[in-house]
Design a protein around this ligand. Structure first.
Ligand code: QAP
Ligand code: CO
Length: 189
């Protein structure tokens, strides 16, 4: 496994159409391993192969929404009470993790919503993007078996955002507005 370099916005590679995978071989398996590593290292929730400079129709997504992320989990710091409250058992989040090879949208909703998006290839920016609220995608898994995934909310956005990358489209092309992230967000090194 290895980290790969993330290709940035101005690189013409991101504007090209990626080609179908015809054979899921060791090269593709290594690519997928490296994409997971690269995505997690950069705190992304989705990554498409062209973002690491490989023009193949391969996407990884981890849109798992951890309860802690949404709100300060638990809340109050332990008061000096006699009985320390046992930690509330957190429900296990549903793991929303997919490798998609040659993904195709086979159904999209008419209903759309405008929501915030970012992209590892466009660091330090975000934009408001209108997308269908629901999509059904057919793809091959890393084992070569076809499967379907239905996405709503974050997963739907991630699926459409990543499939756009395979067509050479960036969210900044279709965003209603793009703005700089506040500089107080200091998760860079
Ligand atoms: C695509 O985007 C996406 O600028 C994945 O400083 C976007 O993983 C799916 C990221 C919106 C669903 C909704 C961007 C991390 C990650 C940054 C990403 C940054 C740190 C973006
Ligand atoms: Co992106």
């Amino acid at each position: 496994m290895a980290l790969r370099k993330v290709v940035l916005e101005q690189d013409p590679m991101l504007r090209k159409r990626s080609r179908e995978v015809v054979d899921i071989n060791d090269r593709i398996r290594t690519l997928v391993e490296d994409m997971w590593e690269t995505m997690y290292e950069s705190n992304g929730i989705g990554l498409a192969a062209p973002q690491v400079g490989v023009l193949r129709r391969v996407v990884v997504i981890d849109a798992t929404e951890w309860p802690e992320d949404e709100d300060e989990a638990g809340g109050e710091d332990d008061a000096d009470g006699a009985e320390a409250k046992p930690a509330e058992p957190q429900p296990d989040p549903e793991i929303v993790k997919y490798v998609l090879i040659n993904p195709e949208a086979i159904e999209v909703s008419d209903e759309t919503a405008v929501a915030r998006e970012g992209c590892l290839s466009v660091p330090g920016k975000y934009g408001m993007v209108e997308r269908p609220v629901y999509v059904k995608v057919r793809a091959l898994g890393i084992d070569g078996a076809p499967f379907e995934v239905e996405g709503e909310g974050l997963l739907a956005k991630a699926l459409m955002h990543e499939m756009d990358h395979l067509e050479g489209i960036l969210y900044t092309d279709i965003a209603e507005s793009v703005e700089d992230l506040e500089t107080e967000c200091k998760d860079q090194e």
